[in-house]
Design a protein around this ligand. Structure first.
Ligand code: URA
Length: 191
């Protein structure tokens, strides 16, 4: 357990708990406002994120930014983005269950310090890890689940939307629903 973000980040940046530490260029801790009420969780860094040390800065990040912009969310202002695993899985493969198990404690600590009102899971890996192991994005995207005072939503991963643009209208309606819920339950986000 860490007392503050500075201590947590310093410890995380040195992490050598799994093999991915050997192949990373940069660990991707997360970015945004640490006091935000809305937390987005992706799967893990890709090539661009590994190079820059920031989440969602590649093509899928550019698409994500369009959806965020549509509902008045801005990195570093009124939201935070992190991933299930902090280091890039080689060849962009899915993170192994064992890697997720090892890495998830960093995210747990981020959630504990942040105490977000809403957590949005981007894609299957994050939604199955955070919401439920049998989460089906195509059937359950946009559904709101309440767990211990936090609202959880799963939606499409932007990389999946780049592959299947026909799902973009569904993704947009999830984000619009998210905006309504933020207005209902968050005090600071749209101040
Ligand atoms: N995909 C993710 O899930 N996370 C990132 O940070 C980038 C791409």
């Amino acid at each position: 357990m860490y007392n503050n973000w500075k201590e947590l980040k310093a410890a995380c940046m040195d992490c050598q708990k799994c093999e991915m530490c050997k192949t990373r260029t940069n660990l991707v801790f997360g970015c945004g406002n640490e006091n935000a009420e809305v937390l987005f969780i992706g799967e893990g860094p890709g090539e661009q994120e590994d190079i820059k040390g920031e989440p969602f800065v590649g093509r899928s990040g550019q698409l994500l930014d369009k959806y965020l912009d549509a509902i008045g969310l801005e990195r570093n202002k009124n939201m935070y983005i992190a991933n299930i695993v902090k280091c890039r899985p080689p060849q962009n493969r899915n993170p192994l269950q064992s890697e997720q198990d090892t890495c998830i404690n960093w995210l747990r600590e981020q959630v504990r310090l942040m105490q977000p009102k809403i957590i949005v899971c981007l894609g299957r890996i994050a939604a199955q890890r955070i919401i439920s192991p049998d989460f089906k994005v195509t059937a359950q995207h946009g559904d709101i689940i309440e767990r211990r005072g936090t609202l959880l939503m799963g939606t499409f991963h932007p990389a999946a939307l780049l592959r299947n643009p026909n799902q973009k209208p569904d993704a947009l309606s999830d984000f619009l629903k998210l905006r309504d819920i933020i207005k209902e339950v968050c005090q600071k986000t749209y101040e």
